[in-house]
Design a binder for this molecule. Sequence first.
Ligand code: C5P
Length: 241
Amino acid sequence: MQKQGKEYIVFPLDFSSLKETRDFVKMLDGQVGMFKIGLELFIDQGPAVVKMVKEMSGARIFLDLKLHDISATVQRAMARVADLNVDLVTVHCSSVSMLKKAVDGGQGKTGVLGVTLLTDNDAAMVDAAGFKNDFVDDLQKLVMLRARMAKDAGCTGIVCSGNEAATIKKRFGPSFLAVTPGIRPKWAVLKDDDQKRVTTPGQAVKLGSDLIVIGRPIKDADDPVKAAQMVAAEIDSAVSE
Ligand code: C5P
């Protein structure tokens, strides 16, 4: 059966209050495929918030912890996350051995998504961090090297921009997930938007994204349910073209 448009949608629960979190989970249950819980909410509420979202909805859970530590610690942290029945967790692509241990810790219950290069890192920052000129001159090279590390370690996929998704799918195959933030439907008008290299939901899935992370265009809409439905409809029509 073909994947439905709404199954591509990951809605980030970027809230500091439990009330808002609960309101949005209730509202969007059945409209999106996944809820993303980030550091702000997880640090504030702890594992209880994962349990709450799971009890309130049938959507899958993406815990955006961006882990980075010695391999043994990451493995043990991942084992705790797997016990929470979380579906996906982010881990920085810093070494294949750490990523492998993260995958082991997930015990086949929780998949690892590699973080290649944070979008606020520019060439000057990569240079200052001591990387070779090759990578400083072409940040995409660094993204692809790190995606290769994630693939070799047995990760489920990586987080990447819509524009990188096509290359990722071509190089690493259809089952290696490309998860894409920076999604802006044409109709979304946001105040002070900080996302720069954006793609529409339709463009992202056409380029090969398996999951799109889309927050403010849905959260700040007058009718978030309708906004989520419009995103899903756009994806449905893009995949059937
Ligand atoms: O759609 P919106 O910009 O509101 O989505 C923001 C969400 O996407 C946040 O949860 C943020 O952590 C996540 N994200 C991002 N850019 C990245 C990776 C993740 O905006 N490169």
